[in-house]
Design a protein around this ligand. Structure first.
Ligand code: NDP
Ligand code: BG6
Length: 526
């Protein structure tokens, strides 16, 4: 009857933020295997993230062991010495204790020999921890080029799985790029999908681990402020911007194969777009959240070439690993249009570039002009809500106020934030008593508000999520497919040389045509 239905429904909402693995006891001993341990990502991101989790006691030597695996023939100590310099901000003894948890196994990516050896090492660790067979947890982190993902998956499946299912698990964490276009991504997904269930696969997009990206759903859905405003009736345009003030330094060869759309826009910026634009999920269950993200992606209309500007910075081709006539964009502005009730007519402008004038990632939500504006003659700017993802995380609102001293505090109960008015933009104070308006900012700068809090690195959070079995911040297979569907036709046109890449000066804002496109899309500089 309805009572039973209600009970089941209530039960399904309990532990909302956990995944389908929520009932698995997380007690068995844990082996973390970093594949490609000799590489760049492993030393710069993966091992330091593991170290920070260790420092904060999320990983303890009681149950965790870390294995590095790659072809390079080095000893445990040689690997440890390569990593040591990247483990900062801690006492030397803590660093040494952590490094002692790491063991290195050398082997190839496509033969069983190395993986059998790896399995033996993992099993020895499990036995030493008296872990009941089948109850242990094995996490494989792919810090490897995607070309070897399928063979590595096959080897793990054959040689290294947690032996049975007494509450333990085997999970794999894979890095981008997941393919180069729709077909190659689908092929990769099928190859991996034949060997592992979706619940075992964690496709990492490190933007989903950034503090302010993780905050988006809370901001949008826990604040009454935003609920009635977040739609086409009030919002004129949305920009999601990524800038770097350095070029492809040392990664030219990789980059030239991919370009800025595949490197940044199709994944990082599109993931942010999903969180800005999606409808409210049924609850915080990862599957509900990912369902809503997929729906938004599926509502994106085909990209119009007129709403794309591509650029390549002068000097990019000087890199010896970049072909002389490369047309690969290092800059792109692309307007996406979402065909649904909430967003029809609102341009989502995604912009990313290397070798620009600053390093910054931000979301700018620009509101429409005030109707029947009685202050028009004062020419104030529009309201804008800005979320700066990096550097110096901040959330601020640009608003128009009368030009006099101001001091307002607004506390929002649902989130532990206090917005304080910082009179940053208000530096031209008119003398006298006449009425005038200026643009000012309600500003929540994390550095000021949370002075003693260190914001965790994206990789730290995400690795912790993989251990806890929470897939909320990972890309599901259908989401990935929908993302490639949006960009593949454009990417193919670029690859075929049908789209022109405009030159721009390193250290500039990118091609001037991008600003023109922005203005055409409705953005008003405030
Ligand atoms: P590397 O080029 O450093 O490769 C990692 C390791 O893989 C190498 O040490 C090497 O180990 C092995 N390897 C390299 N090339 C090949 C090959 N052709 N065939 C087989 N094995 C190879 O890559 P990164 O560490 O930079 O990146 C790893 C993954 O993470 C990639 O998918 C990359 O796109 C992604 N990524 C990297 C970022 C970064 O900042 N570096 C940022 C975001 C994503 P050995 O020879 O010892 O076996
Ligand atoms: C990576 C890209 O995914 O993200 C790099 O491959 C880019 O090209 C990097 O530099 C930017 O990450 P972050 O966290 O520094 O913004």
């Amino acid at each position: 009857g309805s009572g039973q239905w209600l009970m089941e429904k209530r039960a399904s909402f309990k532990g909302d933020s956990l995944s389908d693995n929520e009932n698995a006891p997380e007690t068995g001993c844990l082996s973390i295997v970093v594949l490609g341990a000799s590489g760049d990502l492993a030393k710069k991101k993966t091992f330091p993230a593991l170290f920070n989790l260790y420092r904060q006691r999320f990983l303890t030597s009681n149950d965790v062991h870390i294995f590095g695996y790659a072809r390079t023939k080095i000893s445990d100590d040689q690997l440890r010495n390569r990593i040591r310099g990247y483990l900062t901000g801690s006492k030397e003894t803590e660093v040494s204790d952590f490094l002692q948890l790491i063991k290195y196994v050398s082997g190839s990516y496509d033969t069983e020999e190395g993986f059998r050896l790896l399995d033996k090492e993992i099993s020895e660790h499990e036995i030493s921890k008296k872990s009941v067979e089948g109850s242990s947890r094995r996490l494989f982190y792919f810090a490897l080029p995607p070309s070897v993902y399928p063979s590595v998956c096959r080897m793990i499946k054959r040689c290294c799985m947690n032996k049975s299912d007494l509450g333990g698990w085997t999970r794999i964490v894979v890095e981008k790029p997941f393919g180069k276009d729709l077909d190659s991504a689908e092929e990769l997904s099928s190859q991996i999908g034949e060997l592992f269930d979706e619940s075992q696969i964690y496709r990492i997009d490190h933007y989903l681990g950034k503090e302010l990206v993780q905050n988006l759903l809370v901001l949008r859905f826990a604040n009454r402020f935003f609920l009635p405003l977040w739609n086409r009736d009030n919002i004129d345009n949305v920009q999601i911007v990524f800038r770097e003030d350095f070029g492809t330094e040392g990664r030219g060869g990789y980059f030239d194969e991919y370009g800025i759309i595949r490197d940044i826009i199709q994944n990082h910026l599109l993931q942010v777009l999903c969180l800005v634009a999606m409808e409210k999920p049924v609850s915080l269950k990862p599957e509900y959240i990912r369902d809503e993200k997929v729906k938004v992606l599926q509502s994106v209309l085909p990209i119009n070439d007129e709403e794309v500007v591509l650029g390549q910075y002068d000097g990019y081709r000087d890199d010896p690993t970049v072909p002389e006539h490369s047309n690969t964009p290092t800059f792109a502005t692309v307007v996406l249009r979402i065909h649904n009730e909430r967003w029809e007519g609102v341009p989502f402008i995604l912009k990313a570039g290397k070798a620009l004038n600053s390093r910054k990632a931000e979301i700018r939500v620009q509101f429409k002009d005030v109707p029947g504006d009685i202050f028009k003659c004062q020419k104030q700017g529009r309201n804008e809500f800005v979320i700066r993802l990096q550097p110096l995380e901040a959330i601020y609102m640009k608003l128009t106020v009368s030009n006099s001293d101001i001091s307002i505090m607004i506390a929002i109960p649902e989130v532990p934030f206090i917005f304080s008015v910082e009179d940053i933009a208000c530096n031209v104070k008119q003398p006298g008593l006449e009425m005038s308006t200026v643009q000012s900012e309600l500003d929540l700068s994390y550095g000021q508000r949370y002075q003693n809090v260190t914001i965790p690195e994206a990789y730290e959070r995400l690795i912790l999520d993989t251990i806890r079995g929470d897939q909320q911040h990972f890309v599901r297979r259908d989401e990935l497919k929908a993302a490639w569907e949006i960009f593949t036709p454009l990417l193919h046109r670029i690859d075929n040389g049908e789209m022109k890449t405009l030159p721009y000066k390193p250290g500039s804002r990118g091609p001037a045509e991008a600003d023109e496109l922005l203005a055409k899309a409705g953005y008003v500089q405030t």
